[in-house]
Design a binder for this molecule. Structure first.
Ligand code: 2U9
Length: 348
């Protein structure tokens, strides 16, 4: 058989075989068998030296043509196999993008923080500053500067966590106000502040007492401050915390740091004032304490009580939250049981 016929036979056979290959390994074997150094095509071309001068270019060009055909067929088959491989992989890894995702449970601020945030927003809107201070406090700022003299019952070891004779866990947030008042430069304008935070009392914990609870105290000092300013401010708190329809009333009371002093009742948010078990049939609920800043307190901070005056108030976010949400045990706020806390998700 002449070289030309051998080439034609080779072409026929191997184009078919390349076509039949099922994986890249087989295609590669074909490449080596055909086009490699010891491949069939190379082998045949070795016989070219025995051809006549007329035959050689004809056979040579046929051989080149066949080599190109093989190369092309191999490239095409390689691509086919690779595409099929990818398609198979995609099919296996198919995901349903329309399936709903796994919902991640969102948390929310602690209910006490929600109550504090609402009141902070109200006061920031009225131009007050929100001021923080130390929870471990000096006797001087916690008691002395607030007109609680040495022998005052509130300073009793029974009621206060003392660390040393002079250091204690603050029993109110008033020392923050005392510190701010002392530093305030009245040539730059009035002092308007609230101080929210944790306070500590030596109490035995029960449903209505906690050795640690929260307070928000407010203080305004300027010239010409009256009790009418105080009452308007208290009304704003009552409406923000308990609803726009609420009214307030003041009853005379006593605090060492204010004179006159008053307790503040809000009209019952449950019955609207008719009388129910929330307001114990009175129509009113006690929610705040307040008064006009005692001249001694002003003078101790270096403020001239003949020129300046002010009002102050204090409230308990724990009590606000208990009333508003019908929580009957203050300890619930400090147990950090998510089953309790997640009930107060503002987003529902
Ligand atoms: C300065 C001067 C005066 C803060 C005040 C009250 C009345 C009050 C209690 C309410 C319930 C605390 O959370 S509670 O237990 N507070 O009744 N607090 S006037 O008066 C101040 C504070 C600072 C320098």
């Amino acid at each position: 058989m002449g070289l030309k016929e051998q080439l034609e036979q080779l072409r026929q056979k191997h184009l078919e075989e390349i076509q039949k290959a099922v994986d890249l390994k087989e295609v590669n074997a074909q490449r080596v068998n055909l086009l490699g150094k010891k491949g069939a095509l190379t082998e045949i071309l070795r016989g070219m030296k025995d051809l006549t001068n007329e035959e050689r270019p004809v056979v040579g060009s046929l051989a080149n043509k066949i080599r190109d055909e093989f190369t092309q067929a191999i490239a095409k088959k390689t691509e086919e196999i690779e595409i099929a491989k990818t398609a198979k992989k995609l099919e296996k890894e198919r995901i349903d993008v329309t399936l709903p995702g796994t919902a991640i449970k969102a948390g929310q601020p602690h209910i006490l923080m929600q109550v504090i945030d609402d009141i902070e927003k109200l006061f920031l809107g009225m131009g007050y500053s929100v001021v923080d201070g130390p929870e471990v406090e000096e006797d001087h700022y916690n008691f002395e500067m607030l007109n609680l003299p040495q022998d005052h019952p509130a300073r009793d070891m029974q009621d206060t966590f003392y660390i040393t004779k002079q250091l204690l866990m603050r029993t109110q947030t008033s020392p923050v106000q005392a510190r701010t008042m002392e530093k305030h430069d009245f040539s730059k304008g009035p002092l308007k502040m609230i101080s929210p935070g944790k306070v500590y009392r030596r109490d035995t914990d029960d449903a209505t007492h906690s050795h640690q609870f929260h307070q928000i105290e407010g203080l305004v000092i300027d010239k010409h401050i009256t009790m009418a300013d105080l009452k308007g401010t208290l009304e704003a708190i009552a409406k923000t915390a308990f609803g726009e329809e609420r009214e307030i009333r003041l009853r005379p009371s006593y605090f060492p740091f204010t004179e006159p002093s008053a307790e503040v009742d809000v009209s019952c948010f449950r019955c609207g004032g008719e009388g129910c078990n929330v307001c114990k049939q009175t129509g009113w609920i006690e929610v705040l304490g307040c008064g006009m800043v005692h001249p001694n307190v002003l003078e101790m901070a270096g403020i001239d009580s003949k020129v300046y005056g002010g009002f102050a108030f204090g409230l308990g976010p724990d009590r606000f939250a208990m009333l508003k949400y019908g929580v009957d045990d203050i300890r619930e706020f400090y147990l950090n049981d998510v089953r309790f806390l997640s009930q107060f998700n503002q987003k529902g």
